[in-house]
Design a protein around this ligand. Structure first.
Ligand SMILES: [Zn+2]
Length: 110
């Protein structure tokens, strides 16, 4: 699914785009701001991250911070989630970070 967004085959509301990373709004938002940050390179999950992906993973965090600033989430705070595997709630088999903000988050998460 995300590979098809990355390739432009499936439309999405793109908020950030560069050579390695894409960010777009979740079509089923769980918070007032719910943005997905996705590497163009296909990885099933965090479990497939390799030594050569360190820079990419670091840059994904930078993109999260940039989007948090652009969406006015700096003062109130926000959450970043990486669901992994069925029990972790992962529903799309392409690594993605969820940036959630605009409401109070609970702990522990459900
Ligand atoms: Zn993919």
């Amino acid at each position: 699914m995300f590979c098809r967004i990355v390739s432009g085959e499936v439309p999405a509301e793109i908020l950030h785009e560069d050579a390695e990373i894409l960010a777009f709004r979740d079509i089923n938002p769980q918070a007032p701001h719910h943005i997905l940050v996705v590497p163009r390179k296909h990885m099933d999950s965090l479990l497939q991250v390799e030594e050569g992906d360190m820079h990419l993973l670091g840059r994904m965090h930078q993109v999260v911070a940039q989007l948090a600033r652009q969406n006015g989430l700096v003062d109130e705070g926000f959450r970043v989630v990486v669901n992994t595997g069925p029990a972790g709630g992962q529903t799309v088999g392409h690594l993605h970070f969820h940036l959630l903000g605009g409401r109070d988050m609970r702990w522990p998460p459900g």
